[in-house]
Design a protein around this ligand. Structure first.
Ligand SMILES: Cc1cc2nc3c(=O)[nH]c(=O)nc-3n(C[C@H](O)[C@H](O)[C@H](O)COP(=O)(O)O)c2cc1C
Length: 212
């Protein structure tokens, strides 16, 4: 098994899969990695659909701009932002769990003010805020899946290349509160691992403090 660092270094977007199947145990490990991901206020605003059905994968390929390797992968995980997790009811549940688990005692600043937090929990989250939060947090869970897959010798490719999330929602009969954000084909890479893809240099992405 690879270390986290090795998985980060060896991960590639894989766009060709062998016909070898992915076991249910492995899929379970991927979903467990997603389940353990961190999220703002522990809202865990994600849901996943595991797709193995050939007809559904063919439809996903069509919806995702005809990207053929989606159909080739033995398993495709449709990753959804779950807006329900921002409901007042869910917020109150998470607050209760924080209290019961003692997490609330580790919080500080404004977040340690229980009365204030309870008042905020009772207020609905604006739709745009919930959407942004749900997508950002779901991306964290997706990367947990991706790195775990790499550690298990599997390949994945984030697919955000679709125009209409509602088409995916309809395909799987998902409710309106579930927003498909990424389609993730999973399988054994076909052939040699691709070379690392180009990246910006460190100085391109790190700003020195105080420099104008
Ligand atoms: C949010 C997101 C959406 C992406 N959508 C697609 C996609 O639709 N099709 C595709 O072939 N690759 C897609 N990619 C993969 C990127 O092209 C890839 O990560 C990038 O080129 C760097 O290559 P690497 O992942 O092999 O390091 C996506 C990646 C991310 C993070």
């Amino acid at each position: 098994m690879l270390t986290v660092l090795e998985a980060i270094q060896q991960r590639r977007s894989i766009r060709a899969f062998s016909s070898q199947d992915v076991s249910d145990e492995m899929v379970a490990q991927l979903l467990e990695a997603a389940r353990l991901a961190p999220s703002g206020s522990n809202r865990q605003p994600w849901s996943f659909v595991v797709v193995k059905d050939a007809a559904a994968k063919k439809e996903l390929r069509r919806i995702c701009a005809g990207q053929h390797f989606i159909e080739q992968a033995p398993v495709v995980i449709v990753c959804c932002a779950n807006l329900n997790r921002y409901s007042v009811e869910e917020k109150k549940k998470r607050r209760r769990e924080f209290r019961e688990s003692g997490v609330d005692k580790t919080l500080s600043g404004r977040f340690a003010d229980q009365k204030l937090m309870e008042t905020l929990d009772a207020q609905p989250v604006p739709a745009e805020t919930a959407k942004l939060g749900a997508i950002a947090n779901t991306y964290i869970a997706i990367e947990h899946i991706v790195l775990t897959a790499t550690a298990l010798g599997l390949g994945t490719c984030w697919i955000g290349g679709f125009d209409d999330a509602a088409e995916i929602r309809r395909l799987f009969g998902l409710e309106a509160s579930l927003l498909p954000v990424i389609v993730l084909p999973v399988g054994y890479p076909e052939g040699k691992l691709p070379a690392p893809r180009p990246r910006l240099k460190r100085e391109d992405i790190v700003m020195e403090q105080g420099k104008k």
